[in-house]
Design a binder for this molecule. Structure first.
Ligand SMILES: *[C@@H]1O[C@H](CO)[C@@H](O)[C@H](O)[C@H]1NC(C)=O
Ligand SMILES: *[C@@H]1O[C@H](CO)[C@@H](O)[C@H](O)[C@H]1NC(C)=O
Length: 547
């Protein structure tokens, strides 16, 4: 068949897909030289659409539904979902036991641990107070221990014994003068599920990620386990604060910036911790905790589990549907799929494969290394977006090595991937901005509702209630809310942070509430957050014992 004849047939076919015959024919006449030999399933074929058309279609799918006021409308729907789950939901909008934000006056030396999927970190942290500008908090000593596959396989107590030896190694010299009657308080950043029973108490739940530490210890108190393991090393410790990564990020920055009310994680996973009034929740959400907790808590740090939101309100493309359908837990974390670094590459891969099969991208040949699910990682997208040279001088060789193929990738091919990466990362940044904005409005609304309900309450206010209302008024008029962030995507993905801040600013400008919302980096957020949480406990204890 002559190429022209093929073009005519393709043009006729395209009519069936709603594209005009002339448009299709023009596409051929305008760039006949651009028609590279195209393969589908190994057979030569003519691309069904131009790259430009394909990318335009993708852009429409990813970004058009969130343009202009639509993003605000989305944030309103999301706010309703947040509100519903303040009333009841077992797995999201979870109030922690942290009800105190640091005053910035906490001072002292603290032992902090950070247990993540691949490292254990043990640190001694000195807090000097907010007025010690740029030296507010300092990690005086920190040792990092790799959690190797062998360590992960340590069953039950053996894992905690391993931890205790490491802790002892780091602090032995400092504590040799301590008497056994005064336990050393510890703060712990724990990146695994835990059922907290108090600020320093938590029942061990399955850790996942290949760990066997919970075997035989499931449901037991983490503090008790650590205490026992450390006692075998001659260390007398007490676990006084457990924080998750979001709370840790919030607390670590709140110590430095008094107006920090959000902790944001956006790396492989996505999550937000936010500070909300206790009155916004259905009491049942707090589980069983002592009345004394409620007597001292006007506000609480909440683990939103943001990833679990967004069902039925997210604008999904066919590629999102494909990802979800192939997922081991479809619909479990709808928002996570559109936000987090774990999925950005996969969405681009799914769109790219459709592009390759229908246009001249990669000459119609899917590189074998891109056929497997999750084979295009966010790091690669980040490198392609970062390369602003016209010929992708840096990204092209990198891509050619990481994804070898019989067809050599061209700058135009990388340009197409970059376009897809931009749509997907911009969509993530705008949805993240909408999530933050929505929670910021929720803070305003729930503070106002609480103040109103107290004012109109017929029972006279106690001194405690009056101080709670005062606190709510301070929160309601906070001029410059800070969102402390941590995570590879928001820290390093080219343009992501700036773009997200831009979307936030536009949403805040159009809000009926007044204020500013600013993203700020949280340095060493886990370790410092654990130390700050511990310092806040010290304050609480002093409060209690004060006459
Ligand atoms: C508060 O929680 C209880 C227990 O889950 C539930 O029965 C009740 O409907 C909730 N209240 C509201 C207003 O949703
Ligand atoms: C984010 O948190 C991790 C773990 O605490 C830390 O290693 C990293 O430095 C943090 N990012 C920033 C910008 O501090």
């Amino acid at each position: 068949m002559t190429t022209l004849k093929k073009a005519l047939i393709a043009a006729l076919k395209s009519i069936l897909r709603g594209r005009s015959f002339l448009q299709a024919l023009f596409a051929f006449w305008i760039s006949p030289a651009a028609v590279r030999e195209h393969h589908v399933n190994g057979k030569a074929a003519l691309p069904r659409m131009t790259v430009t058309e394909f990318l335009h279609d993708a852009e429409q799918g990813f970004l058009a539904p969130l343009e202009g006021e639509q993003l605000r409308r989305f944030s309103k729907k999301l706010k309703l979902q947040f509100r519903e789950r303040l009333q009841s939901h077992a797995e999201s909008m979870l109030p922690s036991f942290n009800h105190l934000l640091p005053s910035g006056q906490e001072k002292g030396h603290y032992l902090a641990l950070d247990v993540g999927g691949s490292t254990l970190r043990v640190a001694l942290v000195t807090l000097r107070g907010r007025e010690a500008t740029d030296r507010e908090s300092e990690i005086v000593r920190m040792d990092t221990f790799k959690i190797t596959p062998e360590v992960k396989k340590l069953e039950g107590m053996s894992f905690f014994d391993w931890m205790a030896v490491r802790i002892s190694q780091v602090i032995k010299d400092d504590v040799s003068h301590c008497t056994p009657t005064a336990p050393i308080p510890m703060g712990l950043a724990w990146s695994f599920p835990v059922e907290q029973t108090s600020l320093g108490g938590g029942l061990l739940l399955g850790m996942g990620k290949g760990f066997l530490a919970t075997s035989g210890l499931h449901g037991q108190d983490l503090g008790g386990i650590l205490k026992f393991a450390c006692s075998k090393q001659g260390l007398h410790v007490e676990l006084s604060a457990i924080v998750n990564d979001g709370s840790a990020t919030l607390l670590s920055q709140a110590y430095v910036h008094g107006q920090t009310r959000f902790g944001l994680i956006l790396g492989t996973g996505a999550n937000i911790a936010v500070h909300l009034p206790v009155a916004a929740f259905n009491r049942s959400k707090f589980g069983s905790r002592p009345e004394s907790w409620f007597e001292s808590a006007s506000h609480v740090i909440v683990n939103t589990e943001l990833g679990m939101f967004g069902h039925d309100i997210l604008p999904l493309t066919r590629w999102d549907e494909l990802l979800n359908a192939a997922h081991p837990r479809p619909d479990f974390q709808p928002m996570e799929h559109l936000l987090s670094g774990y999925y950005l590459g996969e969405i681009v891969r799914l769109a790219l494969i459709e592009g390759i099969e229908n246009t001249e991208i990669f000459g119609g040949v899917v590189p074998p290394s891109l056929q497997a699910p999750y084979s295009l990682d966010t790091e690669t997208l980040s490198r392609i977006e970062a390369d602003t040279t016209p010929d992708f001088e840096v990204a092209l060789p990198y891509f050619a090595v990481t994804h070898p193929s019989s067809t050599k990738p061209t700058a135009a091919d990388l340009g197409a991937i970059r376009s897809l990466a931009t749509y997907v990362s911009q969509r993530s940044a705008s949805l993240l901005a909408a999530s933050i904005f929505s929670l910021w409005e929720l803070r305003h609304e729930t503070e106002a509702e609480y103040i109103q309900s107290e004012i109109s309450s017929p029972t006279p206010s106690s001194a405690r209630k009056m101080s709670f209302v005062h606190e709510a008024k301070v929160e309601h008029t906070l001029p410059r809310t800070k969102v402390a962030f941590n995570g590879s995507v928001i820290e390093r993905y080219p343009g992501y942070r700036e773009s997200c801040q831009g979307y936030i600013n536009a949403l805040v400008r159009g809000s009926e509430h007044v204020g500013q919302v600013e993203l700020v980096p949280a340095l060493e957020s886990s370790i410092l957050g654990a130390a700050v949480a511990l310092a806040c406990v010290g304050e609480q204890k002093e409060d209690v014992s004060a006459p």
